[in-house]
Ligand binder design. Structure first.
Ligand SMILES: Nc1ncnc2c1ncn2[C@@H]1O[C@H](COP(=O)(O)OP(=O)(O)OP(=O)(O)O)[C@@H](O)[C@H]1O
Ligand SMILES: [Mg+2]
Length: 507
């Protein structure tokens, strides 16, 4: 029997942020070579727990032991020496640097010979790590030029690289790595995790129960900052975990098919012969008031670029019209003037501004409506009222409306991205992977809201990697392949297409 101490042990760990209790007396063990899933609602304390372990946050109380030794609290350097490496929920790569420098950022010291940094040795090392993980990314590519999912893979390579630098068995902490990955990229990650079994101990935070069942040995649920239960994965069901996260059983009709409209109003969005060089090669489509159009496709199919073009984030050739009025290509202002709302895939960079308050972020698109009469004086009281109303309706977990949004948990910040459009009133809603980072309960609330918007006559374009979500929510599904529409499938509530029927047209 292995008598060596567990890879990690947390004893009575608590963390207070002013009045907010993020963690409360957490006792948790990560056994050696174990893959432990960590699940829980938005704001349950998962990221805080990860940050306590990697030393970026000091606990208010309690102790952390790695391999039986006490790790000094709040010391990232001590944690790194103990082999602890993290893939953060928000990406922390330097966009202007090549991939290999990001992988070895802060670890360059090991690559200097006689005081001279060997970039060649660094690049070779990084190439080896990428190779070992099966990640086909050029180590010399400039990080900022990579797609979002590819950058996430670089983050992962960076964490695994640490395990080769320090002469200790690595403890790898992955905070929602799969929420930014496509299905294919998720498989690359899972294969890496399987390959590292027996060489590393891993904690994987995820809102996808399928991730837990795919690679974890054991799973722990957090609820309101405390451990709500742990189970061996082989002995637990999805329903049990769902209930441990949300506190109530999973309801039937997750996607509210019974509330799906089958009759639509006038054409709201018309796209004709859209071309975005290298990404979209001639796409035409229409969406009517009250209709949910799903757009499916693999990475590189052009689906994210389609959303960008419609919302004015990139300029395409061809025609995009909302309510019969042509939008100026590449103009976010024009899209906003036409009442186009968007939840972009790059949520942290394009969805919210972290330094600003919840209220500022939530009311930004609707500032005009807070004018007092003809005067450009904002009605602060009204603005505050609207903010509080949406915080309540979407159950955004925040102490108040004035707090900087970067202090909110990832999923709660995302709810604010939704709320800012709902508060404003929109004609067309373009969503790229709207369920990303939301816990299973919050997802259900968002789906219900999309149904309600459709009933009110909003046209919705739903771009997603999540096939059950696309099939469940959409009236009609377009599949994209290499920048072109490869198929159009009807998806009425009583006759939803099978996943395989959609996938066939994606690959
Ligand atoms: N720096 C901070 N200042 C104030 N409150 C904070 C800070 N960081 C986290 N919190 C609060 O602590 C609680 C736990 O947040 P945490 O980010 O750990 O949640 P989470 O489980 O990771 O959620 P998600 O699934 O949304 O990522 C939340 O209520 C959050 O608002
Ligand atoms: Mg988190």
């Amino acid at each position: 029997m292995d008598r060596r101490p567990p890879a990690l042990e947390l004893r009575g760990v608590s963390k207070q942020y002013g009045p907010v209790t993020a963690l409360s007396s957490v006792d948790l063990r990560l056994e050696r070579h174990e893959v432990l899933g960590l699940i829980g609602e938005n704001g349950a304390g998962k990221s805080t727990l990860i940050s306590v372990i990697n030393g970026t946050v000091s606990p208010s109380e309690g102790q952390l032991l790695a391999g039986g030794n006490i790790v000094s609290p709040g010391s990232p350097a001590d944690a790194a020496r103990a082999g602890i490496a993290t893939v953060f929920q928000e990406q922390g790569l330097v966009a202007s640097l090549p991939v290999f420098e990001n992988i070895l950022l802060g670890r360059e010291a090991g690559f200097s010979r006689g005081g001279v940094l060997s970039r060649k040795a660094m690049a070779r090392f990084a190439a080896d790590v990428l190779n070992e993980l099966g990640i086909a990314i050029d180590p010399f590519a400039i990080t900022g030029s990579l797609a979002f999912g590819e950058r996430q893979l670089v983050e992962i390579a960076k964490a695994f690289a640490l395990g080769r630098i320090y002469p200790v068995e690595p403890v790898i902490l992955l905070d929602e790595p799969t929420s930014a990955l496509s299905d294919a990229e998720t498989q690359i990650l899972f294969n890496s995790i399987r390959r590292w079994r027996g060489k590393a101990s891993i904690i994987l935070v995820s809102h996808r129960l399928s991730d837990v069942f795919a690679v974890c040995d054991r799973v722990a649920a957090l609820k309101d900052g405390t451990v709500n239960g742990t189970w061996p994965v082989s002995e637990v069901t999805a329903d049990t975990l769902h209930e441990a996260i949300v506190g109530r059983p999973r309801s039937a009709g997750y996607y509210k098919e019974s509330e799906q409209r089958e009759d639509f109003g006038e054409i709201v969005l018309e796209v004709r012969d859209l071309v975005v060089p290298g990404q979209i090669e001639g796409v035409s489509l229409t969406v009517r008031a009250g209709e949910i159009l799903g757009v499916a496709g693999v990475l590189g199919s052009g689906k994210t670029a389609l959303g960008h073009a419609i919302t004015g984030a990139v300029a395409g050739k061809g025609e995009i019209a909302v309510d019969g009025r042509r939008l100026r290509p590449g103009s976010r202002a024009a899209a906003l003037a036409a009442d186009v709302g968007s939840v972009p895939a790059e949520r942290n960079s394009a969805g919210v501004i972290g330094m600003h308050s919840v209220e500022w972020n939530l009311t930004l698109p609707s500032l005009k409506s807070f004018r007092r009469g003809r005067w450009p004086v904002l009605s602060a009281k009204k603005q505050a009222g609207v903010t509080d109303d949406w915080i309540r309706r979407l159950r955004v977990r925040t102490p108040n409306r004035a707090i900087q949004i970067r202090n909110l948990s990832g999923g709660n910040a995302q709810k604010v991205v939704f709320a800012k459009w709902l508060a404003r009133g929109i004609r067309l809603f373009v969503l790229d992977d709207p369920g990303r980072g939301l816990d299973v309960g919050a997802k259900e609330e968002i789906y219900a809201l999309l149904r309600k918007l459709a009933r009110e006559g909003v046209a919705i374009v739903l771009i997603s990697d999540n096939l059950p979500e696309i099939i469940g929510l959409s009236n009609r599904i377009l599949t994209l392949r290499a920048g072109k529409i490869s198929a159009e499938l009807a998806a009425p509530a009583h006759d939803k297409p099978a996943e395989t029927a959609v996938v066939t047209h994606m690959v």
